[in-house]
Write a protein that binds this ligand. Structure first.
Ligand code: OGA
Ligand code: MN
Length: 321
């Protein structure tokens, strides 16, 4: 950790403890991999959860539902889901809200799941609060020039997983990949440079961060399992406290109303949210110019690494509806 590079105040603005209070773990044989167990200040994870569900789901950001629904149908997922979600009893089988059908959102340079590429002409402004958080974390880990340019948010339920993959679409591998976890826990598998190398397994709990840099930047990894938090409560205790009422004037976090948190809490009782943040281009680099191919424009074959495991789903032809 570069203890001195992030001021306590900048950490505070992002909802983080002073960096000298963070713990950071490396892994033998995985240089550049850093695991930081929950460095958030009490209550502050709530801001990021609410952003993932209420704010970052808004247009012009892109989500999996846009692939097979009209733009009016995917506008205001939060507004269209909040009442049903809040009143849902966990025992009854009810139809899924749009928020519960959400699998991923892309930010900044929007990752194209079909071509596996980012492109200059598919960019929307990266959220400034998440850019600030990411840049402080990168700085604390020794990457003071990191620029948050693309984000992939993953939304998981107890039956979801993320298949084995490498994040290699970015054009600059000298910058780290940052990952932030919220809600229920998961098992993370970190493999090798080749797909068939045996992985190490670790738990990821709410608030935990992971940095993949250097040698570890291009390692295979996967999330095979989502698990109820180990405390055995509906939500882990780090999500029990509300955001501080007296946020500093220059905080990037905003207050979260009780009503909004109720919806987030209900969602997170059976879900995990993960934010990954990437720098796509090296400083001063631009995208190589490329001729468009028909494949780029074909949304019908859009795929991703997201998988669902449920007996019911297996018999349905279209899991998206
Ligand atoms: C990814 C990723 C891991 C996670 O989005 O590339 O590997 O913990 N996410 O969800
Ligand atoms: Mn990944």
């Amino acid at each position: 950790m570069s203890f001195s590079s992030v001021s306590d105040h900048d950490a505070y603005r992002a909802g983080l403890r002073p960096v000298n209070q963070w713990k950071a773990y490396g892994l033998k044989n995985y240089p550049g991999f850093i695991f930081i167990p929950d460095p958030f200040l009490p209550g502050c994870q709530r801001h990021w959860v609410k952003q993932c569900l209420k704010t970052y789901t808004q247009k012009p950001n892109v989500c999996n539902l846009d692939m097979h629904m009209s733009s009016s149908e995917t506008t205001d997922l939060w507004g269209k889901s909040q009442h049903q979600l809040r009143n849902k009893s966990s025992s009854k089988r009810a139809s899924k809200t749009l928020l519960e059908k959400l699998r991923w959102v892309t930010l900044g340079y929007h990752y194209n799941w079909n071509t596996k590429k980012y492109s200059a002409n598919h960019y929307t402004p990266f959220p400034s609060d998440l850019a600030f958080l990411s840049e402080q974390v990168a700085k604390a880990c020794g990457f003071p020039r990191f620029q948050a340019e693309a984000g992939i948010l993953n939304y998981y339920h107890f039956d979801s997983s993320l298949g084995i993959h490498v994040d290699e679409s970015e054009l600059d591998y000298s910058q780290p990949l940052l990952s932030f976890c919220f809600g229920q826990s998961s098992i993370f598998l970190l493999g090798g440079l080749k797909r068939d190398e045996a992985p190490v397994a670790m738990f990821m709990h709410s608030g935990d961060m992971m940095i993949m840099s250097g040698f570890s930047r291009l390692l295979y990894h996967a999330v095979p399992r989502i698990l109820p938090n180990l405390e055995g409560k509906p939500l882990p205790s780090c999500l029990e406290l509300p955001l501080p009422a007296d946020l500093p004037e220059d905080s990037v976090m905003e207050p979260c109303s009780q009503e909004d948190w109720q919806v987030c809490a209900k969602y997170l009782q059976a879900s995990r949210v993960n934010m990954t943040v990437r720098q796509v281009l090296a400083e001063g680099q631009s995208f190589p110019t490329e001729a468009r191919t028909g494949r780029d424009l074909d949304a019908s074959s859009v795929g991703s690494y997201h998988e669902e495991h449920s007996e019911i789903k297996k018999h349905k032809s279209d899991s998206g509806s």
